[in-house]
Design a protein around this ligand. Structure first.
Ligand SMILES: C[S@@+](CC[C@H](N)C(=O)[O-])C[C@H]1O[C@@H](n2cnc3c(N)ncnc32)[C@H](O)[C@@H]1O
Length: 262
C-alpha cells in the first residue's frame, strides 16, 4: 500500500496540539464545544457505530484480500483505533487469517502524548491496545506520521486540515471503510463539507462503506451528492439513529438506499 501527499501541506514544524478537557468518562474540546466521544457506554459506542456500522467483523474475517484500508476523519483520542485493535485481537484468537490493515486517519489538532495517555486511560478494557499504541505515538509535525502498533496494522496519522489533506492524498488502493468522526456538523462544518465528501468518494470504490454517528441533513446531503448511498439505522445509547453508507456500481449521486439493520 502506497500513500503520499501530492502537494505539501501548509508547513508547521510544531503541530497545533489539541486543547482537551477530561471529566469522568468523557473528553471534551473547549475549542469546538463538543465531546470527543459520549460517556454512554465508553468504547461500546465506537464498536456499534464504526465497527459494526461498516460490517468489519464479517468483512475482515471473510478472507480473500491481502490488504484492507480504513480511513478516518478525526483521530482525536484514538478510541476507534483501539477498538479496531481489540477486534483484530479477537478475530486472530478465533483463527482468522487477517489482511494487513492500513488505518489512515486525519487530524488537525493531535493530542500531546500525555493528554493521549490520560484520555485513553478512560477505556480500562482497552489498556493492552492503548499501551501498544502509546509506545509508537510520535508527532513530528504536519504530514504523514507512520506508526506500527503491532504486526499487520499500520497507522498513517496525517496531521493537518482535512481541507488540505483530502485533495492532496494519493492512495495506491481504495479505502474499504470510512469512519466519519468529526465533531458535530453544526460545530465543525469543514469535516462534513461537500469538497471533503467528494474527495472521500474519489478514494473509494464499489463496495466501500462508511459509518458515522450523525444523521445531520447537511452531512447526508453532501455524502449523497458526492456519490455515496446512505441510510439511517438505529444508533447507540441515547442516539436514536446513526448513518451508514456505501458505494454501489450503479448508484446515481443523490440516491438513498435502504439497508437491513444489523
Ligand atoms: C469527535 S473528535 C474525533 C474522535 C476520535 N475519533 C476519537 O476516537 O477520539 C473530532 C476530531 O476532528 C478533529 N478535527 C476538527 N476539525 C478538523 C479539520 N478541519 N481537519 C482535521 N481534523 C479536524 C478534531 O481535532 C477532533 O480530534
Amino acid at each position: 500500500m502506497e500513500i503520499s501527499l501530492a502537494t505539501r501541506l501548509p508547513a508547521s514544524p510544531v503541530p497545533e496540539y489539541a486543547r482537551i478537557s477530561i471529566a469522568g468518562e468523557t473528553a471534551g474540546s473547549p475549542v469546538f464545544d463538543d465531546v470527543y466521544f459520549s460517556d454512554a457506554g465508553g468504547y461500546l459506542e465506537s464498536e456499534h457505530v464504526f465497527i459494526r456500522g461498516n460490517r468489519l467483523p464479517e468483512r475482515l474475517s471473510a478472507g480473500g484480500s491481502s490488504e484492507f484500508v480504513i480511513g478516518e476523519t478525526g483521530f482525536g483520542t484514538g478510541r476507534n483505533l483501539l477498538v479496531l485493535m481489540k477486534l483484530l485481537r479477537e478475530l486472530g484468537a478465533q483463527g482468522c487469517i487477517l489482511p494487513d490493515i492500513h488505518f489512515i486517519t486525519m487530524e488537525k489538532y493531535p493530542l500531546r502524548p500525555e493528554d493521549l495517555r490520560s484520555a485513553q486511560g478512560i477505556f480500562r478494557n482497552l489498556s493492552r491496545e492503548a499501551g501498544l499504541f502509546q509506545e509508537c505515538y510520535r508527532i513530528a509535525g504536519t504530514g504523514i506520521q507512520t506508526m506500527i502498533p503491532e504486526p499487520g496494522l499500520t497507522v498513517h496519522l496525517i496531521v493537518g486540515d482535512v481541507l488540505d489533506i483530502c485533495p492532496a492524498l494519493r492512495l495506491s488502493r481504495p479505502v474499504n471503510a470510512w469512519f466519519l468522526d468529526g465533531f458535530a456538523p453544526s460545530r465543525n462544518p469543514d469535516m462534513w463539507s461537500l469538497p471533503v465528501m467528494r474527495e472521500l468518494f474519489r478514494m473509494s470504490a464499489p463496495g466501500t462503506t462508511l459509518a458515522t454517528y450523525t444523521v445531520s441533513g447537511t452531512a447526508r446531503r453532501n455524502l449523497n451528492a458526492a456519490g455515496f448511498a446512505t441510510a439511517k439505522i438505529p444508533g447507540f445509547g441515547r442516539k436514536r439513529e446513526m448513518m451508514v453508507g456505501e458505494v454501489f456500481e450503479t448508484v446515481q449521486p443523490g440516491k438513498e438506499y435502504l439497508r437491513v439493520v444489523p
